[in-house]
Design a protein around this ligand. Sequence first.
Ligand SMILES: [Zn+2]
Ligand SMILES: [Zn+2]
Length: 277
Amino acid sequence: MFDYHIHTKYCNHAVGTMEEYVQAAIDKNLSEMGFACHMPFELMPSEVPREEYAMSLHTLNSTYFPEIERLQQKYKHQITIKTGLEIDYCQWIQQPIDEFIDKYSHRLDYILGSVHILKSNDIVWGIDDHRFSHIFNEIGVDVVYQQYINALENLVKSGKYTILAHLDLPKKYGFHPTNRTWYLNRIELLLDLINDNHMGIECSTGGLRKHIGEIYPEEQIIKIAIQKGIPLITSSDAHNPNEVAYNFPELYSYLKRLGLTHLTSYNAKKKSLIEIS
Ligand SMILES: [Zn+2]
Ligand SMILES: [Zn+2]
C-alpha cells in the first residue's frame, strides 16, 4: 500500500511534523509514502487567504526539501519516501507557476496537479474553502463545473503535471451538476486527454472525511479510468498523522472489486506498475 498525498504542518492548515507522518506510515505498513505539500503561497492569487493554504518559498528550500532528504536516509530500510508537491493550475497567473515547475521539477518524483482556485467573472475564490462555498449558488453549480473542468483540461494539456488530484473536488459540499449525461461526457473526454498526456489520477480517501463522505473521484469515474488503463495512485490527503493511509484496507479491496490489478509507482516521474496483492 502507498500514500502519495501527505501534507505537513508547513502547509499552515495541517498538523504534525514530517517525521510524525513517516512514523505513522511505517505503523500502517505502507511500502511507499510521498509528501505533497502545496506549492509556495507566493505563487497563489493574493485574493484568497493563501498564507493559510501553503508554506513560503523560503520554507520549501530551507526546510521541506532538506527534511525529506534527512528522513529518506534515516528510514530507508523501513519505507520509501517520495518527494512530491501539490501544485495548483491558475490560468490567469500561470506563467510564474510554470517557471516554478521548470525550476524544481528535477527534484520531484511527481507533481500532483490541482485546481482549488477559480476566477469566475472577476471573483477569485477557493472552491474547497467553506468561506467561499456560497459562490456555488451565486454563480450557479453548472457554471462552476464547466469552469472547473475547463481548468482541468488546460492543466492536463500543459503537460507539466504528473497526477491529477481529487478530480471531482467541487462535489465536496454536495454540489453536483444538474445534467449527469453532460457531466459524464466531459469526464470521458478529460480522461482521454489524461491518457494522451500520460498522466495518472489519484484515488483519495480524503473525501470520506468531508461532508460528501465519498472517495475522490466517484465510482463511475474510477471505473472508466480503469477501463482506459489510466495509471492510478492511492492517497489519503492527510492533514494529520492519524489520517495517513486513512481507510486504506477498504480502499484497496474496493479498487480490486472495481477491477484494478496494478497501482503505479513514480520515481523521478518514471512509472512502474505494482501488482495489488
Ligand atoms: Zn488538494
Ligand atoms: Zn492536498
